[in-house]
Design a protein around this ligand. Structure first.
Ligand code: TYC
Length: 141
């Protein structure tokens, strides 16, 4: 964790404890302050945990999916999978056949902007060669 984050949390903590010092001592009930210290350490740890959770949210991922149609040549789909999704020839044939037999198939999983760019690239290449191939993206849960 960055020292900036730690110092920010410390500042917030000090500010927060200014007003309720008496309250903490009263609540803990310990004469020597040990209980309060443990409680405060706990607060501090959970503050950090909360901040980390808030700041380290992973970006959502999106599946890029090819849809079947009756006209796009199989070889073209295999070519797309190799060129745009970096699949081996064997993998590309397997994915293409999955789409052909089941109506759809996954080409890869990417962050939003990358998935969006892949869909556009597939559709642009298909359009250029006048194939009706369709490609969509779907949020991965
Ligand atoms: N069904 C097509 C054919 O028989 C092949 C095909 C496979 C088309 C996958 C699209 O995404 C697709 N020529």
């Amino acid at each position: 964790m960055s020292s900036f984050l730690i110092s920010q949390i410390k500042c917030q903590r000090e500010e927060g404890s200014k007003g309720d010092k008496g309250g903490k001592e009263g609540k803990g009930g310990g004469k020597n302050g040990k209980i309060e210290n443990i409680e405060q350490e706990g607060d501090f740890a959970s503050d950090i945990a909360t901040k980390i959770k808030q700041r380290s949210k992973r970006p959502s991922l999106y599946k890029v999916i090819l849809l079947n149609d009756d006209y796009t040549p199989m070889e073209f789909v295999v070519y797309i999978l190799q060129e745009l999704f970096h699949k081996s020839h064997e993998e590309a044939v397997m994915i293409m056949l999955t789409v052909h037999n089941h109506g759809m198939g996954e080409c890869g999983v990417f962050p939003y902007e990358v998935a969006e760019a892949k869909v556009t690239q597939v559709m642009d290449l298909a359009k250029k060669d006048q194939h009706p191939l369709k490609c969509i993206m779907e949020k991965q849960y």
